[in-house]
Design a protein around this ligand. Sequence first.
Ligand code: ACO
Length: 316
Amino acid sequence: MKILGTGSALPKMTLTNDMLTQYFDTSDAWISSRTGIKQRQVMSDEHLEDLAAEASRHALENAGLTATDLDFIICSNVLDEFISPPLGCRVQSLIGAQCPSINMNGACAGFIFALNTAEAYIKSGIAKHILVLAAEMPTRMVDWTERGTAVLFGDGAGAMVVGEGSQLKAVHLATKSAIDCLYQKQFINSTPFDIQEANKKSALQMEGREVFKLAVSSAMKDIQALMTEFKLESKDIQHYILHQANTRILDSICLNLKEDKSKFHQNIQRTGNTSSASIPILMDELNREGKLKEGDRLILSAFGAGFSTGTCLLQW
Ligand code: ACO
């Protein structure tokens, strides 16, 4: 599989750390030092499908293709205004594609799971051109009176058009059951037959320190496994493009791998944590800035609720 084009879209409203002090007791110093985040883009009057469609159009344009060239759409998404039809179907309609579309929810690792599915579809000949996108609005998942989680997130969408090629060398996916440290339940209607009380609406629940440890240990394990499998050393990898969860998580993985910090790309300072959209958004920025050179090896690694992780090796 090969990446033919990338695209991204962020909401227009910028929310700085200083602006957050109007909503709860916090400070730019606390947020910056604990997370690296200085500001994030937050959805106001926008709809997620419009951001997702914008990112998709950019990816198609970058690939030199049109929506009717697509054979499949795979959309990674956690929260959406609609439960049904899924986001990918509405994006299909907005961009004028005629192909089937499915949604995948692999939490923050969802984009890597979606890429893996796309590769299987391409390898098997089911599809030739696939739009793989991730669109997320985690700022609508948190309780805005809870400073511990509300400061972490931003909204956005990232997309790639993929096709036949040999750029993707390997993907490692894993799920280790660890549900209590990161989850959100949704409201479900009750019936006359409920044995237990139906779920009430709830916000994202997170054990920050546990998530930190799991993120660092699982990303390290996955990255090292790929490097061993392909007999790669530090000098063979030019770019690490990791889920933008938190600067301290990224710094810790970088330090443990004894890697050069400049290879660990970050945009979390501007975007916050955009869940599964973070990797394709960052990839699009690097691609458009011309930072990915032919032959460069890239490691993409994402981790999130489940606890699910996805890591892959690409050669540009
Ligand atoms: N502003 C100011 N003070 C705060 C804030 C805030 N926004 N949030 C918490 N505090 C306070 C707490 O109340 C606490 O005060 P106390 O000591 O008086 O009780 C103090 O800061 C320390 O709180 P902790 O929650 O223990 O802070 P910690 O040092 O663990 O940092 C953080 C919290 C940043 C969430 C950290 O645990 C972390 O980085 N975890 C990783 C989680 C993560 O990145 N999640 C992203 C989403 S999941 C994903 O994408 C996979």
